[in-house]
Design a protein around this ligand. Structure first.
Ligand code: IMP
Ligand code: MG
Length: 188
């Protein structure tokens, strides 16, 4: 039986109010930037980006479609990107000529987003931009241009609000820092 999230939580890094306020700001910014564009598609990266997409899209007041991409870059239980990114589920939308905004939970080494960018760019979207809730700048190993960033955070492993610890605790309404040295839950 997995424990409650409290066994793994060192402290709350970004609370629910701070998250929701910043997401509203991002939504307003995106709405202004895309106001005169048509054929907007928000591409959510599964599974970590789901909470962020749902809250963010409520603040985007220009007509847009949504679609999903599933990728994996970690071996199970690992806390570091392997650099080998596998596309596990493709889009259903034809994005040629459309304005694509990638919605991601967190950019760490950058390998995942760089791979997604290459994967989508060849389909010749009208534009391809990136919106990430969290950015761990000091961990970057490959440069990826980010157009919208919710919060810059340090080199800490975080969970909650879409981000998992071995697939668990994505439902938490805040971003928490994992207790250093704690053993990960037996997830899936
Ligand atoms: P990157 O390829 O190293 O940039 O890793 C990006 C992916 O790693 C994200 O989409 C997350 O799924 C995962 N990831 C990176 N850092 C964390 C973290 O602190 N907590 C949970 N997942 C993370
Ligand atoms: Mg992820």
């Amino acid at each position: 039986m997995p424990h409650s999230h409290e066994s793994y939580l060192d402290h709350i890094l970004i609370d629910e109010d701070a998250l929701q306020n910043r997401i509203a700001e991002l939504g307003a910014e995106i709405s202004a930037d895309y106001a005169r564009k048509q054929g907007i598609v928000l591409v959510c990266v599964l599974r970590g980006g789901v909470m962020f997409l749902c809250d963010l899209m409520r603040h985007i007041n220009v007509p847009h479609a949504i679609d999903f991409l599933a990728v994996s870059s970690y071996g199970s239980g690992a806390r570091k990107s392997t650099g080998v990114v596998r596309i596990e589920q493709d889009l259903r939308t034809n994005i040629e000529g459309r304005h694509v905004l990638i919605i991601e939970d967190i950019v760490d080494s950058g390998y995942t987003l760089a791979a997604i960018q290459r994967f989508l760019d060849v389909r010749r979207p009208a534009s391809l931009k990136i919106c990430t809730l969290l950015n761990k700048q000091e961990r970057r190993e490959i440069e990826v241009p980010m157009d919208y960033v919710g919060f810059n955070i340090g080199d800490e492993f975080v969970f909650g609000y879409g981000l998992d610890l071995d697939e668990l605790y994505r439902n938490l309404p805040f971003i928490g820092v994992v207790k250093p040295g704690v053993e990960l839950p037996e997830g899936f």
